[in-house]
Design a protein around this ligand. Structure first.
Ligand SMILES: C[S@@+](CC[C@H](N)C(=O)[O-])C[C@H]1O[C@@H](n2cnc3c(N)ncnc32)[C@H](O)[C@@H]1O
Length: 219
């Protein structure tokens, strides 16, 4: 799953995190409902502050078509749906049927259901089943699959588009020597190296949530 196996090391102090959230003001009730559901199920979300980054970055490039590797019940998709507007699309992917059911139930008849299409199955198969370019891709699946997801995203995100990935700091573990049996951390470290060394992209890491990488696909 996409949270560090040990206690998450907050990048910001709780006080500063709350300060930023308070400045950002309230969101609509749907978001509270999604967060409460995540808390009840101890489900790892990208978090509200990183979610706002997803929205802002997508708006900044006038993104209209987004692909999510790993959607859960649609928390990150909410921010993308806001950014793409009523003519945009967010195609998501999710292994677990219960999350798709929860997504439908929690969103009810919210207007964003017309923009969000979370499909059941492997993110890789679902991406392959689509045609055309995407403006933005978010990687938030099993950590061992991040390097493979980057290669897949690079084939489908347009030049000038963005590839984003959550958990790249992994509670601080990526900044330390990985335990020999910790495949998730080793995969993330290799992914981060790839992000910063691949000439097809330019990358930086936003120290928000559990670390959000932002890669611009170069022309
Ligand atoms: C951290 S959650 C996604 C959270 C979501 N991005 C959010 O913040 O609202 C990761 C999800 O990806 C799903 N998943 C993991 N690997 C996957 C894959 N290869 N294909 C599709 N879904 C996958 C898991 O079942 C899990 O629900």
């Amino acid at each position: 799953m996409s949270s560090p196996s040990d206690a998450r090391l907050p990048i910001l102090t709780p006080e500063i995190g709350k300060y930023i959230d308070d400045l950002s003001g309230p969101e609509e009730e749907l978001l509270d409902r999604l967060e409460q559901h995540a808390e009840d199920r101890e489900f790892p979300l990208i978090g509200r502050t990183s979610g706002r980054w997803l929205e802002l970055l997508t708006r900044a490039i006038q993104g209209k078509r987004v692909f999510e590797f790993g959607s859960g019940f649609g928390f990150s998709a909410y921010f993308f749906a806001k950014a793409v507007g009523s003519n945009g699309t967010v195609i998501g992917s999710e292994f677990d049927q219960w999350e798709l059911d929860d997504h439908k139930r929690l969103y009810g008849d919210h207007p964003f259901t017309n923009r969000i299409d979370i499909r059941k199955g492997s993110a890789f198969d679902i991406l392959d089943s689509t045609t055309g370019d995407f403006d933005v891709a978010l990687i938030d699946i099993e950590k061992v699959d991040y390097p493979k997801a980057l290669e897949a995203a690079l084939k489908r995100v347009r030049p000038g588009g963005l590839i984003l990935a959550d958990n790249v700091l992994w509670g601080g573990k990526t900044a330390r020597q990985a335990d020999p049996d910790d495949e998730g951390t080793a995969a993330l470290q290799s992914f981060n190296q790839q992000l910063f060394n691949d000439p097809r992209i330019q990358t930086s890491i936003l120290p928000t949530g559990d670390g959000l990488s932002v890669s611009l696909v170069l022309p």
